[in-house]
Each structure stands twice: as C-alpha cells, then as structure tokens.
Design a binder for this molecule. Sequence first.
Ligand code: ADQ
Length: 470
Amino acid sequence: MSRLIVVSNRTPGKGPAAGGLAVALRKTLSEREGFWFGWSGRLTEHPEREARFEDIDGLSVAQIDLTRDDHHDYYAGFSNSILWPSFHLRLDLATIEAHWYEGYRRVNVQFARALLPLLKPDDVIWVHDYHLIPLASELRNLGARNRIGFYLHIPFPTSDALYAIPHHNDLMRDLSRYDLVGMQAKRDVAAFTEFADHQSPSSLSGNPLKSVDFSRTEVDSFPIGSDPDAFARLSVSPAATKMVKRMERVLREQKLILGVDRLDYSKGLPQRVEAYEKLLANNARFRRHVHMLQVAPPSRDTIKEYQETSDALDAMCGRVMGRFAEPDWQPLTYVKRAYGQPSLAGLYRLAKVALVTPLRDGMNLVAHEYVGSQNPKDPGVLVLSRFAGAAEIFDGAIEVNPFDTDETAEALRIALDMPLDERIARWTSLMEAAREHNVDAWAARFLDRLAPATTAGSGTRDILYLASVA
Ligand code: ADQ
C-alpha cells in the first residue's frame, strides 16, 4: 500500500487531540505508512527550507517554521480575513488587502519546497483546507506527479462571493491541479459546479481570459462526521459524570439548553442568545425552569472582526441577564474557555436541547458529538441551522433559519415541550445518520476515491478521472 502524507496548516500537538478530525487522521495514519506535514506553530527570522521530523505521541510529523510576516499575510491575512469570510458569505466582514495573496502564495511555495524532497513517487497526498489551496499547483510545478487530494472543511462560496476574492481565478486553477476535491455537502458541490459552468467574468486580478479546465479533477461531497459511539462511551465515563454531577448541583430541576462553539461570527452566537431571550419573553412559564449554557472560547482574536463578535456576544448576554435575572436565578451562563472532550460529552448528555445554529458552516461536528452523547432512553433534542452542512444528513433535528430569531425561539419551545416518544424517534434517526457518516467512514471513502487500494502505486497517477462538473 502506498504511503499517506497528510498536509494541514498546523500539525497536531502533543497530548489528547482536541478535535475528532485530528483523532481520525491520526488513526488513518497509524494504519498505514506515512507522515503528517505542516507548520510547527513557531515563528522565525528566516524562512525554513527543510522540514524537521518529530515523533508526536507515536505519530511521525514533519514540520517547518514560518517567518512572522509570511505567517501574518498567509494566516490572519489572506486565509482568515479574505477566504474565511468570503467562503462563509460574510463579505461585509472581509478585509480585502490583495497584497496578502503574495504571502499566502509564498507560504504554499515554502510548504511545497520542503515537502517535495520527502516524497516517494507513489505517495498519496491529502491536503486539508483553505490555507493550502495552491499546494498541488506548487508541488506539480516542482515536478510532483503523485495523486493529490484536497478536502475543504468550510462551505464553498457562491460565485458572487468567489468573484470578490482577489486572484480567485488562480485559486480555481489551483483546485484543478488536484486529482480529487472533497467538499462537505452537496450544496458545496452545486456551488462549485455553478462556478465551473459559468466561470469568472473578466477582472483586473488573475488571468480572466483562460478558463479553468476541471476535466482531470473529480469533485464530490464527503460529509465529515465524528465517532458517535466513542462519544456514547465518553458521555458515561468518570470524567463526564463528574461534569454532569457538578452541573446538576447548580441546575437542580432546570432544563439545560447548550451551545458549544469556537467564538466565530459564522456560528450565529448573538442571534442564538437573542432567540433565547425571545423564548423567555414569549413564554414566562420557562423562566426559572431553563438555563442556557454557551461555551465559546475565543479564536483568531487578533482579528478585529472576531473581537467585535466577542463584544457583541458580551452585550447580548448582559442584556438577557439584565432583563431576566433574579437574585436567585440566572437565565444563562457564558463560558469563554475550551473544555476537553470528556467534559463536553458530559455537558452534551445533560443538555435537553443543543442549539447548533451557525449562519453558515461546513458540517458542524458539535451536532454529531451531541447526538453521540445522548442517553438512548431519554435523549435531548437537536435544534439545527439549515445552513450547516449537517442539515443535509440530520433529518431528525428541528431545522431552523438562524437569522429568524422568532423561528429559533419557537423551535426551542417545541424542543423543550417535546414528548419522550418523539424525542426517541428523532434521536434514533439522528444516531443512525451519525453512525453512517462517522469519521472513519469519511476518511476511508475519501482515500478509496483518491487512490483505490487495489490500484494504489505509481501506476495510478496516469488515471484520468472524469470531472463531475464536465
Ligand atoms: P469548526 O469551525 O472548528 O470546524 P465544528 O465542526 O463545530 O467547528 O467543531 C470542531 C471541533 O471543535 C469539534 O470536535 C468540537 O468538539 C470542538 N469544539 C468546538 N467548540 C469547542 C469548545 N467550546 N470547547 C472545546 N472544544 C470545542 C471546521 C468547520 C466545520 C467542520 C469542521 C470539520 O468550520 O464546519 O465541520 O471544520 O471539517
């Protein structure tokens, strides 16, 4: 079997991996030869040319350092102030500084130059996420003929949003240098196809005259998941039970409504708190009988728009507290820190309702983790945004438009009042979907398509895949 090289912006750190994705990819890598390649997390004076290998908890990891300026332009700049907001259809929050593109490109070149000498001809390369769209182009420019796949962890934008990104044509041409491009949801493949069919109008940036040829690239949806059975076990582990007991002492008879997110404007946090405010305003009977817990540790907090989201959320939570709190009852708790998976699993299990209401999201793994953690005899209810990729597979959720806070408030009421038999029926269907789309199946499906085991090896590199968009 050929080796697998996983490439992502950051390499996984020591200790228990935070996300299900790191766990899944670790597992995939432990089952075959290969290594993980990416940025070490360290900033240096001069760009590093050669990668250093390190054994991180049994995983072979090759890492490079980046210069402070390159890292800023590539990460905070082009990746997170242009690509992230545009791909999430938040052009109002994008800062279009076209010169960041040079740093973005430079880092991708640096990745390619450091990775190339480590490659064998039949290695299969799996590149992750929007930071590294140009990597296949840069590797191919240096002569790599390996099978290279790309997986996008965020939604694919509409054509209009794509046109707002400087050098979007170059980026699309970069995507066409991959053998396989994986998206989260059918919706994303449809958006990609729409772009590929119509292509970009002329613009000053990029090269508008040459259309992008996707005929050698296969594009498909590979909905990512978590490990629901692992969460089921975790949710009754001693560490989870400790968290449950701690919360039960405070909650007593109150029903817990839970939100767990990175603090990001795509997650719809102020809208969510507003919906909760409307639930309490419209239904006085819930006051003193429910409690909302929002866990949202800061992320990317050097970027202005993230600080503003944090401020908006602080203000919303303060408003709800001021309006409804009493000396002996608080309507909500807002915790700005991350928890380990066992504590999260305990919170998920205790929560009668999970509010997963992003304004736009690739998949949303919190929804999967919540489903996995439920007590089958007394499951909670998932209130889910129709703009999360998860909505395509989770028919058992109550689906809402997160921009419509009246609708979300009503969904909350329905969830809190839902009888046990309906909760069990909905959860059974949700758990079935979470198992079908578990993270191991996701990785296996992607890799089978990228390099089928029976034909893996140098001979596969000349196979032409017909593009689903052709
Ligand atoms: P994220 O935007 O980070 O991921 P999400 O999928 O919900 O969003 O969460 C990823 C992981 O982070 C989950 O395993 C979750 O447990 C963990 N996490 C989130 N909030 C946490 C908290 N407060 N404390 C501790 N852990 C927390 C991106 C895309 C998603 C896509 C994933 C995977 O934005 O759409 O589903 O990648 O592809």
